[in-house]
Design a protein around this ligand. Sequence first.
Ligand SMILES: N[C@@H](CCC(=O)N[C@@H](CS)C(=O)NCC(=O)O)C(=O)O
Length: 333
Amino acid sequence: MADVYRIFGAELSPYSVKVRSYFRYKRIPHEWVVRTVQNQAEFDRYAKLPLIPLVIAPDGTAMQDSTPIIERMEALHPEPSIHPDDPAPAFLSAMIEEYADEWGNKPMFHYRWFYEPDQESGAERIAASMNPEATGELLAGIRDAVKGRMIPRLAFVGSSAATKDQIEASFHRQIEILERHLGSRPFLFGGRPAFGDFGLFAQLYECYTDPTPGGIIHARAPRVVAWIDRMLDPKAAGDWERWSDLEPTLLPLLRDEIGAVFFPWSGANARALAAGDKKFTVELGGKPFTQETQKYHAKSLAALRARYAAVADRSRLDPVLERAGCRSWLSGA
Ligand SMILES: N[C@@H](CCC(=O)N[C@@H](CS)C(=O)NCC(=O)O)C(=O)O
């Protein structure tokens, strides 16, 4: 196994599943290693942060953080590319990936830890995955410990009784838009999966395995279900589509979610961080949304702005970003 990449991850970790699907699509030889208490010492030897996914390259190099992992692997294995040839959709796909990682994680985390059936189901599966040998009372004790650790973390993502409607409205809007968009194509940008597919599907896959959001997706969004299934082991089925064909059903995601919700929230977080504020409040959907300021979101927003600044010819991209209400968040103009 020394000549394959090893991905330490878990089925209940969206960022791990995202990286695993990427490796599968690119046919990069790899081993999926479920992180358990038994392999914790090995994990600790390589991991700089206590986070999954952790990818260990055949030469022993350790990588963490799904976005840079995929970017690094993409440089080493450029074909088939996950970036559309046209720079405008290529940037929009990266923007969707950023939205998925930083905002799409909110509905996922909120639903998993807010409602009791989801808490039970999530904690049970995490406990069993981390401790494959535990049964009976031991497993029940671990499950309770997982709940005790995860439920208070709702505060970090801004989920509370006061914000639940905003987070859930975003989830409903997202799947409604995707259901329409995926009606006539297998992936977000046409016949093959793009960077944005990997990020977005992974958060929704977790929702689809949880009782409450899974029930909603299965009842209302059969095409989203089929896309999630496809993305678990994606295969190219055609070429990229032209932006003009994608825009009628994909622009709503950019406009109603990324421009109207994600950027105002992420911009407010970045401003609060710069001002040294521990918490921030932003108006979303006509109501205040309050959460703790997070460094990581500001860092990834800065990376997306740098990616935008690096697009050499923005003549076809900027009008789309303008229509979506996203341009000023990227250019500072
Ligand atoms: N930005 C990171 C986020 C990684 C992350 O938050 N991982 C979660 C699981 S999805 C984690 O490891 N949490 C701590 C834990 O499970 O102990 C990435 O994209 O990889």
